[in-house]
Design a protein around this ligand. Structure first.
Ligand SMILES: *Cc1c(COP(=O)(O)O)cnc(C)c1O
Length: 433
């Protein structure tokens, strides 16, 4: 054992008091969302379905936004601040001169970083007198996080769950139900768009874009309900900056600073959460930090076109400027279903457009990725979520590159969730007995 510290803990008192909004610092801020040329106004729709608290934050131009004391208390109840861990075991296993650190979002009570935005979103809805939230979920982590938050603040919740994942993640469905959620496989018979899709194909495996359309239609027809989104939007990324703000304090404790920041990208919320506070230093302090986004070849949205596109299949959201594969593009299902979304968050897209972000695209069969997760499990002892395995794999590949080139870089990666309910994914792909 070397005598440098392995783990950097902040006390509950050191929990950040403000979220960080990068938009005022961006050289070219993302252009605002807008309505398409024809059809009803989707911008008006936004005002109808979102709670006021998050809508204000969506348009916010302040650099820092106070975290309400009630939300800070909920964050503490959920176990924040979370440790930053030096990956000594992994470094030794890889014989790399690089220094590896990871942020432990897998310590979340429901299994992912999504709790960081679920709690404030539920808090603002409750404060406004809303009774029920509707949402979509892909891998199931977002639905669980929001069900957890709703149970803590006292709201009902309806979840539309992409069938590609709901068909094999029975335990996650039960966890959402334990938190009091009503869960529908999507496409469902609950909404007009769901019925249309089922008419086309009664075994339709669904997509996040379709599930978002269903949750929006549900919220629109009930004046006591609001809709809640787990990634992509500015307010979601704002809430997630708690990850990177904590991590920056922890690097100060360690007397170190990352040369490379890595995470997986579906819509971009966990990547943004870690990366955005460090991207600010690149903009304002001339740091040369590298940012790497890990994606699947079934949904490499950051390599798509940078243009205005809808956020959902049925074109109910406003148009947002983002790197996109097209809002109705078919993406084969993978085990890491949380990474299967057609577009990257407008803020992440703006950073990509500035040349801040490199992407690494992993093969569809996922064996390459889950095999590297196995190396992490055996050297660090934690079980990453299937999506987080992409972050781990990208960090391992970077550490190996450092070894080849003899570079002593400091690398930080986010382990966005735990894989306790993902075992079937690992089993199928790695052929476990
Ligand atoms: C949802 C999810 C992701 C992907 O979504 P982002 O918004 O890109 O973070 C990644 N990891 C986990 C564990 C998730 O639950």
């Amino acid at each position: 054992m070397k005598n440098e510290k392995e783990r950097y803990d902040l006390s509950p008192k050191e929990l950040p008091e403000k979220w960080y909004n990068i938009i005022p610092d961006l050289p070219t801020p993302p252009p605002p969302p807008k309505d398409p040329d024809d059809g009803p106004s989707r911008m008006d729709n936004l005002n109808k379905v979102f709670s006021k608290g998050v809508l204000d934050q969506e348009m916010c131009e302040d650099r820092y936004v106070e975290i309400p004391e009630e939300v800070r208390e909920l964050y503490r109840q959920a176990g924040r601040p979370r440790p930053l861990i030096r990956a000594r075991g992994l470094e030794e296993e890889l014989e790399t001169p690089a220094k590896l650190y990871y942020k432990s979002e897998f310590e979340s009570p429901t299994g992912s970083h999504k709790v960081n935005t679920a709690l404030p979103q539920a808090f603002y809805a409750k404060q406004q007198g809303i009774e029920r939230l509707t949402t979509e979920t892909g891998a199931g982590q977002w639905g669980t996080a929001l069900a957890y938050a709703c149970s803590l603040v006292g709201l009902d919740i309806t979840v539309y769950w992409v069938r590609a994942a709901s068909s094999w993640k029975e335990e996650r469905r039960n966890l959402m139900q334990l938190y009091g959620a009503e869960v529908h496989d999507s496409p469902s018979t609950q909404t007009k768009i769901g019925k249309e899709m089922l008419n086309e194909d009664s075994d339709h495996e669904g997509s996040l874009g379709i599930a978002i359309s269903e949750a929006l239609q549900d919220a629109k027809r009930d004046e006591n309900a609001a809709y809640s989104l787990g990634s992509v939007l500015n307010h979601v990324l704002l809430h997630q900056t708690i990850i990177g703000l904590e991590t920056k304090k922890q690097f100060k404790m360690a007397g170190d600073y990352p040369d490379v920041v890595i995470s997986c990208v579906g819509g971009g919320s966990n990547f943004g959460g870690l990366a955005i506070p460090f991207a600010a230093d690149r903009i304002n302090d001339g740091k040369e930090t590298e940012f790497i986004a890990a994606q699947s070849e079934v949904a490499p949205n950051l390599n798509g076109d940078y243009r205005y596109d809808f956020g959902d299949y049925a074109e109910q959201t406003p148009l947002m400027k983002m790197f996109t594969l097209g809002h109705q593009s078919a993406m084969p299902s993978i085990k890491a279903d949380g990474l299967r979304y057609h577009g990257a968050a407008p803020i992440i897209s703006a950073l990509k457009n500035e040349g801040f972000i490199d992407t690494i695209i992993f093969p569809q069969d996922e064996e390459y990725v889950f095999d590297r997760a196995k190396t992490f499990i055996q050297s660090e002892g934690f079980l990453p979520a299937l999506e987080s395995a992409y972050s781990v794999a990208a960090a391992i590949d970077k550490a190996k590159e450092c070894k080849r080139k003899g570079e002593e870089k400091t690398i930080v990666f986010n382990v966005s969730g735990n894989g306790f309910m993902d075992m079937e994914g690992y089993r199928d792909v790695l052929g476990l007995g």
